[in-house]
Design a protein around this ligand. Structure first.
Ligand SMILES: Cc1cc2nc3c(=O)[nH]c(=O)nc-3n(C[C@H](O)[C@H](O)[C@H](O)COP(=O)(O)OP(=O)(O)OC[C@H]3O[C@@H](n4cnc5c(N)ncnc54)[C@H](O)[C@@H]3O)c2cc1C
Length: 558
């Protein structure tokens, strides 16, 4: 994006004067600053509201003192609410000098300039130079970006931020009671009830946007560019991204469809320590963001916020339907829909999700946990990783484990890291049986389920953050009656489809299904969604790559 120029704004009700000041300012500052001029206070404020929404900085405001309807003083006073760091000067005639001096006290005026300001090199520029210098010292130079204004404990605000973060869209987070958050709401003509408010770099405002609208407005593609592809990949986790990189790099027309954010579960992993080639570990967001860029570089289309709800074999085409009613066809489909987290079945937890209770979002929420005591539920690697990661931000992390030890469910390197962290405490034989809080999480009721004295005892603890990692189920309900799934919903592929050497019912070809092929020819599965798969990043990536080899084999035989 082109670097945004800070604004110098001048307002004077005399059009001739307004034009002349703007002309002189442009001559000297036009290369580095955008000069905006207005002919009334109201017009200037309108311009400032737009500039605020675009996220552009304002360096200097020059206002005529005597203007009908709104005086320069009144204008500057209101402009200060929008741009408190902009430096302010009044243009005055001799007769108003006293009033201008008074204004220095009232609105903290930086300067007054006497009309006429000719020659500008002597009278105007030295003053504006100084104002710019003063403004630079305020550190207010940052240019526009997507901004989100919301409430800390609003589930919707959290969802919007999480979506942007997981899709690597950089944004600035502002609470509605933060002065800059208030200014943005005011500039958009909205009140606090309108959050979450998203302001795009172009200055467009989106009030509580749905995922699809949000994706489209921040520049993430949500619909396919054409109607037919060699392969449609459903799911943008490691398996889907792996498939997309290999498919596109090998010349297949490829579209990847992801319902939320690319990265899948791996994108939620604070630190993946066991992925080949990263001896110091790598954050899931980093790894999957690179993969997405790599897929794009090779020409794969990557759609986000597009949920696939149906699959149909229409002749030799495989047709994938979207939740919004659209569809796309291809020779082949790779199912890489992974798994989703189990939710904690405790009364009150659903209402507090996003308001202190979080599933797999340690990375997004960690900064908010600074100096807090946080709780993590779960005994497997994902919970362990989250605990270690959060311990770098939080005052204390308590890992709540239902079993009597971590040894059977967690990798040894993580157990070691947990033991070595002074601020992580592990409570085994412990279950969350209740939560407190209405607006946001305030406390937990923890039950000691172990044998011995504590058995059955319920303890109440204050808590503002609870991160839950208690296993997952495959996202394959929409495939019911389309492809064969096992009792738990995982997609059955390859040799597992052969029962007593017999091919699956309805299988039309004179060959066995390929290794990752499902019960419909040309439909493959890769990663966690596949029955009997190894639930790891490396194996998901490997299966994605392997599925594309089989896609080639399938296409060659067509
Ligand atoms: C917190 C955490 C930490 C982990 N740490 C490690 C680790 O350190 N090392 C390791 O090897 N493994 C780790 N894992 C496991 C690893 O992340 C998974 O095995 C891996 O992500 C599986 O990849 P996948 O692509 O098969 O599925 P997923 O990562 O689950 O991705 C599936 C994607 O499909 C999308 N999707 C689902 N349904 C649809 C639909 N209908 N339409 C469109 N899109 C859909 C989902 O939104 C999701 O993005 C961790 C998992 C978690 C949760």
């Amino acid at each position: 994006m082109e670097a945004t120029k800070p604004v110098l704004l001048t307002v004077d009700d005399d059009p001739g004067v307004s034009r002349a000041v703007a002309r002189d300012l442009r001559r000297r500052y036009g290369q580095d600053y955008r000069v905006v001029r207005a002919e009334s206070g109201a017009q200037a404020l309108e311009a400032l509201r737009e500039i605020k929404l675009r996220g552009d900085p304002v360096a200097v405001l020059l206002a005529d003192y005597r203007m009908p309807e709104m005086s320069g003083l009144e204008f500057l006073e209101q402009a200060m609410d929008l741009f408190p760091n902009a430096r302010r000067a009044l243009l005055t005639a001799y007769a108003d000098t006293d009033a201008a001096i008074q204004a220095i006290n009232v609105i903290d005026l930086d300067h007054y300039l006497l009309k006429p300001w000719e020659p500008p090199g002597e009278k105007l520029y030295p003053v504006v130079d100084e104002l710019i210098e003063l403004w630079r010292d305020t550190g207010d130079e940052q240019a526009g970006a997507t901004r989100v204004v919301g409430h800390r404990w609003s589930a919707r605000s959290y969802e919007v931020r999480d979506f942007l973060a997981r899709n690597s869209v950089s944004y600035r987070w502002l609470t509605a009671d933060d002065p800059e958050g208030r200014r943005l709401l005011e500039a958009a003509g909205l009140d606090e009830a309108a959050v979450p408010l998203v302001v795009t770099p172009e200055g467009d405002t989106l009030v509580d946007p749905g995922t699809e609208e949000l994706a489209a407005r921040v520049g993430l593609p949500t619909t396919p560019a054409t109607g037919f592809y060699d392969t449609v990949i459903v799911g943008g986790g490691p398996a889907g991204l792996g498939a997309a990189v290999y498919a596109a790099s090998e010349g297949l027309r490829t579209v990847l469809v992801e319902r939320e954010a690319t990265g899948g579960q791996a994108g939620q992993s604070a630190r993946i320590e066991n992925y080949l080639g990263f001896p110091d570990g790598v954050s899931g967001v980093q790894l999957t963001d690179r993969a997405r860029r790599q897929a794009g570089k090779f020409g794969a289309e990557v759609l986000t916020a597009a949920t696939v709800t149906g699959l149909e074999a229409r002749g030799s085409s495989r047709v994938v339907r979207f939740a919004d009613g659209g569809e796309v066809a291809a020779h082949t489909v790779v199912l890489a829909t992974g798994v989703s987290y189990h939710t904690l079945k405790v009364p009150g937890v659903a209402e507090l999700t996003g308001r202190g209770v979080f599933y797999g979002s340690a990375a997004t929420e960690a900064p908010a946990c600074a100096d807090e005591d946080v709780y993590v539920v779960g005994g497997a690697n994902s919970a362990g990783q989250a605990a270690v990661f959060l311990s770098r931000h939080a005052r204390r992390v308590t890992l709540l484990v239902r079993a009597d030890s971590l040894e059977r469910s967690m990798s040894h390197y993580l157990i070691r890291q947990i033991r070595d962290s002074a601020n992580i405490q592990v409570r085994t034989n412990t279950e969350v049986v209740g939560v407190e809080g209405t607006e946001h999480l305030e406390g937990l009721r923890l039950c000691d389920t172990g044998s011995g004295n504590g058995n059955g005892k319920v303890e109440e603890v204050p808590a503002a953050f609870l991160f839950v990692f208690i296993g997952a189920a495959p996202c394959t309900d929409w495939l019911d009656e389309v492809v064969e799934r096992d009792a738990r919903g995982f997609v059955v592929t390859g040799p597992d489809l052969l029962r007593g050497g017999r091919r699956p019912r309805g299988w039309p070809l004179d060959r066995d299904p390929y290794y990752l092929e499902g019960s419909v020819p040309g439909v493959f599965a890769a990663g966690d969604a596949r029955a009997n798969s190894v639930k790891r990043v490396a194996s998901a990536v490997g299966e994605g790559a392997m599925a594309i080899q089989l896609v080639h084999r399938y296409l060659e035989a067509q």
